[in-house]
Design a protein around this ligand. Structure first.
Ligand SMILES: O=C(O)C1=C[C@@H](OP(=O)(O)O)[C@@H](O)[C@H](O)C1
Ligand SMILES: C=C(OP(=O)(O)O)C(=O)O
Length: 425
């Protein structure tokens, strides 16, 4: 198959002023799908995200015995009976939520399940998943790789109890264990032992979704979670718009001196993307609530920023693109773990911003970006949806910028390129 031609990103010399309803949250959709597959009855999801990562999650849960019925904007999930005994295989693609969450769920079944994914998925950090499963008494065959592919041999139950995890390279190792913990015979008393724990809002989201379904989770001490054993109640939910993906449109408003209305911004949410409310003022912009929507506007000057993005690392690529177009230098820290994301995002951002004539430098745990005039080039995306988002934001202010493999945005955003083209041209 030949690679698609690089795509000419829309350029604008006038302010963008638009309105967007972004598709559903990846993180919420994939958590809700897992919990629906473990629940005590069928659950209905309204406005779930239909994208590559959620399709992979549906495929994985179907393989484990759940059934899915789709009807327009609703999906009905009937839980698995967990009675399969034949070996099966699950494709994780490049989805962290599939490769980290599903192996722990598969341990509850009674069959060997082999996990693999895209070429780059094989270098994403997975040793913690394998080690914690073994600590729980589950047999995992990885032929010493400490990475995909590997096979989980479920025996129909996991005893659970006390467990330590070093989740400094990804919060998803914690979320995975918490999501399954109520179904362990003794529940789960989990303690994170590593130096730091990224993406805390994502862990808070996991705990909140468990509690909404009647699971008792104690979080009295930092870095400790006690999930009590018991049923997970079925629950019908509406999925919030993906606030991390809203960032690319917010970026468009900031770098063109314009404005964007993001429709249906949830008033109370655990999504990492809610941090745009404070990030936009740091760049000199403003944020206004208007009914159910948030309106983000550029200020008279696009300031440089000094931000610790440890909690909200997935916002970094778009923030880096905005920073490269700002009027002063920016420093972004707290994101060493981005080296284990869809690609090594620190290296990729430095390489691509500098390819356009920019001046970006990799720090131990982040980026230093000094704005420079940029010129058109092909912006490489390394199969990373958020690198493509960074590229299109830079393209708004850089004539003749081509984005390689813009279709990679399908990971979390169906039809992104046509939507962007329609809004920006
Ligand atoms: O649990 C989740 O849904 C996610 C957790 C975060 O992972 P890391 O902690 O690995 O950054 C985030 O970056 C990722 O996009 C989604
Ligand atoms: C890190 C990300 O994804 P994943 O869920 O694959 O880890 C992301 O979407 O920015």
């Amino acid at each position: 198959m030949t690679a698609p031609l690089p795509w000419l990103a829309p350029y604008r010399d006038t302010p963008f002023d638009g309105e967007v309803l972004v598709p559903g949250s990846k993180s919420l959709t994939n958590r809700v799908l897992i919990l629906a597959a473990l629940a005590d009855g069928p659950s209905v999801l309204t406005r779930p995200l239909g994208s590559r990562d959620t399709t992979l999650m549906l495929g994985a849960l179907t393989t484990l015995g759940a059934t899915i019925e789709r009807d327009g904007i609703t999906w009905t999930i009937t839980p698995s009976a967990w009675d399969r005994t034949d070996p099966s295989a699950i494709d994780c693609g490049l989805a962290g939520t599939v490769m980290r969450f599903v192996p722990v769920i598969a341990a509850l079944g009674s069959a060997p399940v082999t996990f693999d994914g895209d070429e780059h998925a094989r270098v994403r950090p997975m040793a913690t998943t394998i080690a914690t499963l073994r600590d729980l008494g589950v047999q995992v065959d990885d032929e010493g790789r400490g990475a995909l592919p590997f096979t989980v041999h479920g025996t129909g139950y996991v005893t659970g109890g006390a467990l330590e995890v070093d989740a400094s390279s990804s919060s998803q190792f914690v979320s995975a264990l918490l999501l399954a913990g109520a179904r362990f015979d003794k529940g789960l008393e989990l303690r994170h032992t590593g130096a730091s724990l990224p993406s805390m809002p994502h862990i808070d989201m996991t705990v909140a979704e468990l509690r909404r379904r009647g699971v008792r989770v104690d979080t009295d001490e930092p870095n400790r979670w006690h999930v009590h054993p018991g049923p997970i109640s079925a629950l019908d939910v509406e999925i919030e718009p993906d606030l991390s993906n809203a960032g690319v449109f917010i970026g468009a408003a900031l770098v063109t001196g314009g404005r964007v209305r993001i429709r249906n911004w949830p008033a109370d949410t655990d999504q990492a993307g809610d941090a745009w409310r404070t990030i936009v003022p740091a760049f000199g912009g403003t944020v206004e609530q208007d009914g159910a929507d948030l309106v983000f506007s550029a200020g008279p000057v696009l300031n440089g920023v000094e931000l610790d993005l440890h909690d909200v690392g997935e916002l970094t690529p778009v923030i880096a693109a905005i920073a490269a177009l700002a009027e002063q230098p920016s420093t972004l820290v707290g994101v060493a773990h981005l080296r284990g994301h869809e690609t090594d995002r620190l290296k990729a951002l430095v390489t691509e911003i500098n390819r356009l004539g920019g001046d970006a430098e990799e720090l131990d745990d982040g980026l230093l970006i000094r704005p420079r005039p940029l010129h058109g080039e092909t912006f490489r995306t390394y199969d990373d949806h958020r690198m493509a988002h960074a590229g299109v934001v830079l393209g708004l202010r850089t004539p003749d910028l081509f984005v390689e493999n813009v279709v990679t945005t399908i990971k979390t955003y169906p039809n992104f390129a046509p939507v962007w083209e329609r809004l920006m041209t």
